[in-house]
Design a protein around this ligand. Sequence first.
Ligand SMILES: Cc1cc2nc3c(=O)[nH]c(=O)nc-3n(C[C@H](O)[C@H](O)[C@H](O)COP(=O)(O)OP(=O)(O)OC[C@H]3O[C@@H](n4cnc5c(N)ncnc54)[C@H](O)[C@@H]3O)c2cc1C
Length: 125
Amino acid sequence: MGAVSAPVRFDAIVIGAGAAGLYAALHAGRRGRRVLVLEHNAEPGAKILISGGGRCNFTNVHGADPARYLCANPRFPRSALTRHGPDAFIALVQKHGIAFYEKDAGAALLRRRAGRAQNRAHAAG
Ligand SMILES: Cc1cc2nc3c(=O)[nH]c(=O)nc-3n(C[C@H](O)[C@H](O)[C@H](O)COP(=O)(O)OP(=O)(O)OC[C@H]3O[C@@H](n4cnc5c(N)ncnc54)[C@H](O)[C@@H]3O)c2cc1C
């Protein structure tokens, strides 16, 4: 019989390595939490790769209107969008040296189409 390894403990388990799950895991990890991300597809972020025709319209520089979001707690969209505005995500994109451009009405898109290798590199970093 093989050796039994000690159980690994996690502070948080995220089900689904999509944009929301990966971003939540990133921030939990930055706060020192031990995070496990479970994904049933072969690789993470599959939808991110196809979003915006491969150029991922990752934010709008003018922000989003909280009134457009449905939520059981109507104050939550306002609070979340105020505390984490477009500048925060743009800073993350810039930190990783990812070039982007602004299109009509403030849409921010990647200059280069997202590739699988790029996706893996940024998921690791
Ligand atoms: C063609 C297209 C273009 C788009 N373009 C844009 C764009 O330019 N800009 C933009 O902001 N949005 C765009 N969107 C929308 C955007 O892609 C989605 O809003 C976003 O990806 C949703 O992220 P999510 O993490 O909520 O869900 P998902 O990306 O769907 O992630 C959920 C993940 O959970 C996994 N999962 C589900 N159930 C389980 C389970 N039981 N166990 C393990 N894993 C599980 C799934 O496999 C998936 O990887 C586009 C969507 C499409 C389809």
